[in-house]
Design a protein around this ligand. Structure first.
Ligand SMILES: [Mn+2]
Length: 424
């Protein structure tokens, strides 16, 4: 973890400027009828989970360039995730991926407690073969034509629930790479029915207080069709399975220019929005850092979430899911967690009554202007003050660099050539 004196030294340097910035922003928001402290309290209470696989350098289909001091296994990963939360105060939970993160649940719980984290949704993996596995997933898992392979995939998901229960997790996320690469390779209907039957067996194994999330993705690794290709199929799955099943929206898993914020609204309407995998994309499932390409879209997604926040039972889970090829993964995840917080804070500033009135009056320019007014507001002082109040870093990335964490752990962690990249 980062030495508390390093955090205090960085904050002492930035404290006076932050106090002034917070005060002047508070005055400006006050003129708009917004109390800055109430916004800060909501931002401070907000958390986004980090994926265990995100703290390793990802790579592309061409190459992976491992950095120094990469985590060697789940316990190193939990150390890194703990640092992210220690500095940002924004990432209280970690999402595990099995079997990559398999370990004794008691040891995992103890380590998580040591670094101040809890466990978010469990992620199963039936998109690659594991050493010693009986049946291959080359041609699919939960939707495989071969019944024994489907059964193996079901049992793996049930194992994830069992391990997750021991960890205090409350959700299972299923993403499958199943699909096809050639027209005619599979019968769309029969493949989907096999998927539904197998996933229903997983659903039947859910504890009463668990949720099951299915994640759609339009292509890759299958390039002609995927069995859960879009939100329409995902919604059919959630409705078929039952009340504990919900749709997970990964921002990168759509065609370019698709209106994701509207998909979010539709899933809210159906009562089936389960959660998010936040990242950003320029061309496809790029797994770029959240908010790095299109922060306005991220804001518009949060605009829908804030709009629906008071709906009964509305409780989507939020997680980052990105792959870091050219940055220090800890820095990217801290930056992304803050981008998500920023989008949330800006969405809280939207004049909802005014927006509603402009919509009803067909005043398009005024309506979009209200969104832009919120989006143009620099909310950084709110985020920074929320961190400072928690004893976290006013500037997490500068503090992380000053602490020399990566160089320190590099001495203990030899570089690994292989390792698990995370593009899910
Ligand atoms: Mn994902």
């Amino acid at each position: 973890m980062i030495d508390k004196d390093t955090i205090a030294a960085g904050n002492a340097h930035a404290d006076a400027d932050l106090a002034r910035d917070y005060e002047t922003l508070g005055e400006r928001l006050d003129r708009r009828g917004i109390g800055i402290d109430a916004i800060k309290a909501k931002v401070a209470a907000y958390g986004v989970a980090v994926p265990s696989w995100g703290v390793g350098t990802g790579g592309t289909r061409f190459a992976r360039f491992p950095g120094g001091g990469e985590p060697r296994g789940i316990f190193d990963k939990l150390d890194d995730c703990g640092v992210i939360h220690q500095l940002t105060g924004a990432t209280p939970a970690v999402s595990l991926h099995l079997p990559w993160d398999k370990a004794d649940p008691a040891d995992l719980r103890a380590k998580a407690e040591e670094v101040g984290l809890t466990f978010d949704a469990m992620n199963s993996n039936t998109f690659q073969d594991q050493p010693g596995q009986t049946h291959s997933y080359k041609f699919g898992s939960l939707s495989q034509a071969d019944a024994a392979t489907r059964q193996q995939a079901v049992e793996h998901n049930l194992d994830c629930i069992e391990i997750g229960t021991a960890l205090g997790s409350k959700a299972l996320t299923i993403w499958v790479g199943d699909g096809s690469n050639f027209p005619g390779q599979v019968h769309f209907g029969r493949q989907f029915e096999r998927y539904l039957d197998a996933t229903a067996q997983v659903y039947a194994g859910l504890p009463a207080d668990w949720r099951l999330f299915t994640e759609h993705k339009m292509y890759e690794p299958a390039f002609y069709s995927t069995v859960v290709q879009d939100w329409g199929t995902n919604l059919m799955i959630a409705q078929h399975l039952g009340p504990q099943a919900f749709c997970l929206v990964d921002l990168g898993h759509h065609a370019p220019n698709v209106n994701i914020e509207m998909i979010v609204s539709r899933l809210i309407h159906a009562g089936k929005l389960g959660g998010f995998h936040f990242n950003d994309s320029k061309y496809g499932d790029d797994d770029l850092d959240t908010g790095s390409i299109d922060p306005y879209r991220l804001f518009l997604v949060f605009n829908e979430l804030v709009d629906a926040a008071d709906a009964p039972g509305f409780d989507p889970m939020h997680m980052l899911d990105q792959s870091h090829n050219v940055t220090d993964p800890i820095e990217s995840l801290m930056s992304s967690a803050m981008e998500v917080q920023r989008a949330y804070a800006m969405a809280l500033l939207v004049d909802r009554a005014g927006l509603s009135a402009a919509q009803d009056a067909n005043d398009a320019l005024a309506a979009q202007g209200m969104l832009k007014a919120a989006f143009r507001t620099d909310v950084e002082p709110i985020l920074a003050m929320a961190r400072r109040d928690k004893g976290c870093a006013i500037d997490p990335i500068a503090t992380y660099r000053a602490a020399g964490y990566r160089a320190k752990v590099a001495g203990k962690r030899p570089a690994v050539a292989a390792g698990s990249s995370g593009i899910v």
